[in-house]
Design a protein around this ligand. Structure first.
Ligand code: NAP
Length: 305
C-alpha cells in the first residue's frame, strides 16, 4: 500500500477513467476534480476523493491539488478552437501554475500525436494542445507528456445508427492502443524517474487501418452494423451547419491521419514504461464478453462480472 495521493483531472472521460481506476488498483489514494460529483460517483463508484470544480477555475484547481504528490490531466473540450483554448490551454496553465506553487512532483498530460509536427501547426485544436505543452514545459514542474495516436476505446464512438462511420479515406495503418494498457503505462510513468522531462509517443502492438479495426469491432461486438466512409469535406459541412463546429478538432486529426499517417516513434515510451500488448481483436473480445456479463482477464480466464 502506498501513501501517495494523486489528482486525476478528466477522470470521468474515456481515457481518464481507466487511469483513475488503475492508480486506485495499485493502492494510491486517487482524488478527482470533477464538474458533477454525483455523475462521477455513478460512473466510477465509491473509493475516490471527489473535489467539485472546473479546470478553468484556479481556486478549484488549487483546492484539488492541495495534499497531492502528482497530477494526471486528460481533458477534452468541445472541439471548437475557442473551447479548446479555454479548457485545454487555459485549464492546463492553471494546473501548471498551482502545481508549481504547491510543489507537485509530477504533472502528467495527455496531448495528441500531431502536436509536435510542423504539418499540424495550422490546426487550431493542436495549437491549444501545443500551448498547453509549452505551459507545462516552462512551469518548472517535472512533467511527462503522452502523445497517443488513437485509443481502441474510441471505436464505439464511430457507431451512428446502423453504421460505423469512418471519417475520410483512412488507408494508412496506425498502432491503436487500449486505454487499459495506457493506464498501466501512466502508473509506471509516475514510478519511473526517467519518465520525467519526456514527451512520449504512445502506440499499440499492431498496425491496422481504422476501417479494418471498425470491421472487426462490428463483427465481434456489434453484428449488423456496417462500416461506411464519409468524405471529410461533407462531414466538415455537416459539422459547421448542424453541430456548431464541435467536430473540428477530430476532423483536423482525421485529415492529418489520412494525408500523412501516424507520426512519432513509441520506442522510448515502450522502453521506459513497458509496451502495450492488447490487439484490436483482444480488445473487441473483452468488450463483447463485458456486454455478455463476463470478465476476461489478461491471461484469457473468464469469470462472471
Ligand atoms: N480518444 C482518442 O483516441 C484520443 C487520441 C489521442 C489523444 N486523445 C486525447 O485524450 C484526451 C482525453 O480524451 P477522451 O476521449 O478521454 O475525452 P472525454 O471522454 O470527452 O473526456 C474528457 C474529460 O475532460 C473533462 N472536462 C472537460 N471539460 C472540463 C472542464 N472545463 N473542467 C474539468 N473537466 C473537464 C470531462 O469531464 P465531464 O465528465 O465533466 O464532461 C471528461 O472527464 C483529449 O485531450 C484527447 O485529445 C484522445
Amino acid at each position: 500500500m502506498t501513501s501517495d495521493r494523486l489528482l486525476v483531472i478528466g477522470g470521468t472521460g474515456l481515457v481518464g477513467q481507466p487511469v483513475a481506476c488503475a492508480l486506485r488498483g495499485e493502492g494510491y489514494t486517487v482524488r478527482l476534480l470533477v464538474r458533477d460529483a454525483r455523475r462521477a460517483r455513478a460512473l466510477l463508484g465509491e473509493g475516490y476523493e471527489l473535489v467539485e470544480g472546473d479546470v478553468t477555475d484556479g481556486t478549484a484547481v488549487e483546492r484539488a491539488l492541495d495534499g497531492c504528490a502528482a497530477v494526471y490531466v486528460s481533458l477534452r473540450a468541445a472541439g471548437t478552437p475557442q473551447e479548446m483554448e479555454r479548457v485545454e490551454h487555459q485549464g492546463v496553465v492553471r494546473v501548471a501554475a498551482a502545481a508549481r506553487r504547491i510543489g507537485i512532483a509530477r504533472l502528467m498530460y495527455v496531448s495528441g500525436s500531431f502536436v509536435g509536427e510542423p504539418l499540424a501547426a495550422g490546426a487550431p485544436g493542436d495549437q491549444a494542445k501545443r500551448r498547453a505543452e509549452e505551459a507545462i514545459r516552462t512551469s518548472g514542474v517535472p512533467y511527462t507528456i503522452f502523445r497517443p495516436t488513437y485509443f481502441m476505446d474510441t471505436l464505439p464512438r464511430h457507431i451512428q445508427g446502423r453504421f460505423a462511420v469512418v471519417l475520410g479515406r483512412q488507408r494508412q495503418a496506425l498502432r491503436m492502443v487500449a486505454a487499459t494498457d495506457f493506464a498501466a503505462m501512466v502508473v509506471r510513468a509516475w514510478r519511473v524517474p526517467q519518465a520525467a522531462g519526456c514527451a512520449l509517443y504512445i502506440q499499440g502492438p499492431e498496425a491496422i487501418t481504422i476501417p479494418d479495426a471498425l470491421r472487426q469491432y462490428c463483427r465481434l461486438v456489434e453484428p449488423g452494423k456496417r462500416a461506411v466512409t464519409v468524405p471529410l469535406g461533407i462531414m466538415a459541412a455537416v459539422d459547421s451547419l448542424l453541430a456548431g463546429g464541435k467536430l473540428r478538432h477530430t476532423l483536423d486529426v482525421m485529415r492529418l491521419l489520412q494525408r500523412v499517417g501516424e507520426p512519432g516513434d513509441a520506442g522510448e515510451a515502450n522502453r521506459l514504461l513497458g509496451a502495450p500488448t492488447t490487439t484490436v481483436r483482444e480488445w473487441c473480445e473483452r468488450r463483447r464478453a463485458a456486454r455478455q456479463g463476463v470478465h476476461v482477464a489478461e491471461n484469457g480466464q473468464r469469470r462472471p462480472t
